[in-house]
Design a protein around this ligand. Structure first.
Ligand SMILES: [Cu+2]
Length: 159
Protein backbone atom coordinates (compact mmCIF):
# COMPACT_ATOMS: atom_id res chain seq x y z
CA UNK A 1 0.00 0.00 0.00
CA UNK A 2 2.81 2.37 0.93
CA UNK A 3 4.54 1.45 -2.28
CA UNK A 4 1.41 2.21 -4.28
CA UNK A 5 1.02 5.52 -2.53
CA UNK A 6 4.57 6.47 -3.41
CA UNK A 7 3.97 5.49 -7.00
CA UNK A 8 0.83 7.58 -6.97
CA UNK A 9 2.75 10.56 -5.67
CA UNK A 10 5.36 10.07 -8.37
CA UNK A 11 2.71 9.95 -11.06
CA UNK A 12 1.15 13.05 -9.62
CA UNK A 13 4.40 14.93 -10.05
CA UNK A 14 4.87 13.59 -13.56
CA UNK A 15 1.33 14.44 -14.57
CA UNK A 16 1.66 17.94 -13.23
CA UNK A 17 -1.26 17.88 -10.86
CA UNK A 18 -3.66 15.23 -12.09
CA UNK A 19 -5.39 14.58 -8.83
CA UNK A 20 -5.29 10.81 -8.45
CA UNK A 21 -3.57 11.09 -5.07
CA UNK A 22 -6.56 12.74 -3.42
CA UNK A 23 -9.01 9.89 -2.77
CA UNK A 24 -11.94 12.30 -3.09
CA UNK A 25 -11.00 13.38 -6.60
CA UNK A 26 -11.55 11.12 -9.56
CA UNK A 27 -10.59 11.55 -13.19
CA UNK A 28 -12.27 9.58 -15.95
CA UNK A 29 -11.59 9.50 -19.65
CA UNK A 30 -14.02 8.91 -22.46
CA UNK A 31 -13.52 8.60 -26.19
CA UNK A 32 -14.98 8.48 -29.70
CA UNK A 33 -15.62 4.74 -29.29
CA UNK A 34 -18.40 5.40 -26.77
CA UNK A 35 -16.36 4.21 -23.79
CA UNK A 36 -15.53 5.33 -20.30
CA UNK A 37 -11.99 4.48 -19.17
CA UNK A 38 -13.30 2.91 -15.98
CA UNK A 39 -16.05 0.50 -15.12
CA UNK A 40 -16.00 0.78 -11.36
CA UNK A 41 -15.36 3.68 -9.00
CA UNK A 42 -15.14 3.80 -5.24
CA UNK A 43 -14.55 6.60 -2.77
CA UNK A 44 -14.01 6.36 0.99
CA UNK A 45 -16.83 7.47 3.27
CA UNK A 46 -14.67 10.19 4.82
CA UNK A 47 -14.95 12.22 1.60
CA UNK A 48 -17.52 14.87 2.41
CA UNK A 49 -17.30 16.03 -1.19
CA UNK A 50 -16.28 14.18 -4.30
CA UNK A 51 -14.92 15.83 -7.40
CA UNK A 52 -15.21 14.02 -10.71
CA UNK A 53 -13.51 15.22 -13.84
CA UNK A 54 -14.65 13.76 -17.13
CA UNK A 55 -12.34 14.16 -20.09
CA UNK A 56 -13.26 13.43 -23.66
CA UNK A 57 -10.09 12.27 -25.36
CA UNK A 58 -11.75 11.89 -28.75
CA UNK A 59 -12.29 14.34 -31.60
CA UNK A 60 -15.97 14.09 -32.45
CA UNK A 61 -18.18 17.03 -31.44
CA UNK A 62 -20.72 16.82 -28.62
CA UNK A 63 -23.70 16.56 -30.96
CA UNK A 64 -22.23 13.40 -32.51
CA UNK A 65 -20.37 11.76 -29.62
CA UNK A 66 -21.10 13.85 -26.54
CA UNK A 67 -20.61 12.31 -23.13
CA UNK A 68 -21.62 13.21 -19.62
CA UNK A 69 -21.12 11.56 -16.25
CA UNK A 70 -24.20 11.05 -14.13
CA UNK A 71 -24.46 9.42 -10.72
CA UNK A 72 -27.67 7.92 -9.36
CA UNK A 73 -29.01 4.91 -7.58
CA UNK A 74 -28.65 1.85 -9.75
CA UNK A 75 -32.44 1.43 -9.72
CA UNK A 76 -32.99 4.99 -11.05
CA UNK A 77 -30.64 4.74 -14.01
CA UNK A 78 -33.10 3.62 -16.69
CA UNK A 79 -35.70 6.23 -15.78
CA UNK A 80 -33.12 9.02 -15.81
CA UNK A 81 -31.73 7.89 -19.17
CA UNK A 82 -35.24 7.89 -20.66
CA UNK A 83 -36.06 11.30 -19.22
CA UNK A 84 -32.74 12.58 -20.52
CA UNK A 85 -33.55 11.32 -23.99
CA UNK A 86 -36.76 13.35 -23.93
CA UNK A 87 -34.89 16.43 -22.65
CA UNK A 88 -32.44 16.34 -25.58
CA UNK A 89 -28.96 17.71 -26.12
CA UNK A 90 -29.98 21.30 -25.43
CA UNK A 91 -30.66 20.20 -21.85
CA UNK A 92 -27.57 18.01 -21.67
CA UNK A 93 -29.69 14.88 -22.02
CA UNK A 94 -30.84 15.36 -18.45
CA UNK A 95 -34.26 16.04 -16.96
CA UNK A 96 -34.33 19.35 -15.09
CA UNK A 97 -34.41 19.39 -11.29
CA UNK A 98 -34.61 15.64 -11.06
CA UNK A 99 -34.07 14.63 -7.44
CA UNK A 100 -32.94 11.17 -8.48
CA UNK A 101 -29.77 12.62 -10.00
CA UNK A 102 -27.07 12.71 -7.33
CA UNK A 103 -24.48 14.38 -9.54
CA UNK A 104 -24.10 15.18 -13.22
CA UNK A 105 -21.65 16.91 -15.49
CA UNK A 106 -22.53 18.78 -18.64
CA UNK A 107 -22.10 17.04 -21.99
CA UNK A 108 -18.64 17.36 -23.49
CA UNK A 109 -17.31 16.70 -26.97
CA UNK A 110 -13.86 15.66 -28.14
CA UNK A 111 -10.98 17.55 -26.53
CA UNK A 112 -13.15 18.99 -23.78
CA UNK A 113 -13.37 18.22 -20.10
CA UNK A 114 -15.80 19.02 -17.34
CA UNK A 115 -15.81 18.71 -13.57
CA UNK A 116 -18.57 18.22 -11.07
CA UNK A 117 -18.24 18.46 -7.31
CA UNK A 118 -20.94 17.01 -5.13
CA UNK A 119 -21.66 16.34 -1.49
CA UNK A 120 -21.72 12.77 -0.25
CA UNK A 121 -24.23 13.65 2.50
CA UNK A 122 -27.02 11.77 0.74
CA UNK A 123 -24.94 8.71 -0.09
CA UNK A 124 -25.43 5.55 1.93
CA UNK A 125 -22.65 3.05 2.40
CA UNK A 126 -23.56 -0.28 0.84
CA UNK A 127 -26.28 1.11 -1.43
CA UNK A 128 -26.05 0.35 -5.11
CA UNK A 129 -25.09 3.33 -7.22
CA UNK A 130 -24.34 3.58 -10.89
CA UNK A 131 -22.57 6.12 -13.05
CA UNK A 132 -23.51 6.43 -16.68
CA UNK A 133 -23.66 8.62 -19.77
CA UNK A 134 -27.09 9.90 -20.81
CA UNK A 135 -26.32 10.50 -24.49
CA UNK A 136 -28.80 8.47 -26.58
CA UNK A 137 -27.87 4.80 -26.53
CA UNK A 138 -24.62 5.30 -24.64
CA UNK A 139 -25.63 3.94 -21.25
CA UNK A 140 -25.82 0.43 -22.72
CA UNK A 141 -22.03 0.40 -22.55
CA UNK A 142 -21.10 3.67 -20.84
CA UNK A 143 -22.01 2.66 -17.33
CA UNK A 144 -20.32 1.41 -14.23
CA UNK A 145 -20.66 0.73 -10.56
CA UNK A 146 -20.06 3.42 -7.96
CA UNK A 147 -19.20 2.32 -4.43
CA UNK A 148 -19.39 4.64 -1.43
CA UNK A 149 -17.07 3.15 1.15
CA UNK A 150 -13.71 1.47 0.97
CA UNK A 151 -10.56 2.82 -0.57
CA UNK A 152 -10.57 4.78 -3.78
CA UNK A 153 -10.59 2.38 -6.64
CA UNK A 154 -10.55 3.13 -10.29
CA UNK A 155 -10.98 -0.13 -12.15
CA UNK A 156 -9.76 0.17 -15.70
CA UNK A 157 -11.67 -1.36 -18.54
CA UNK A 158 -9.69 -3.85 -20.55
CA UNK A 159 -8.31 -2.39 -23.74
CU1 LIG B 1 -21.54 8.92 -23.89
Amino acid sequence: MTCLRLMGAGLLLLAGGVAQADPCKIAIDSNDMMQFSVRELAVPTNCTDVEVTLRHAGQLPAKVMGHDWVLAKDSDMSAIVNAGLAAGLSHGFLPENDKRIIAATKVVGGGESTTVKFSTAALVQGARYAFFCTSPGHSAVMRGKFVFGGTTRVAQTGK
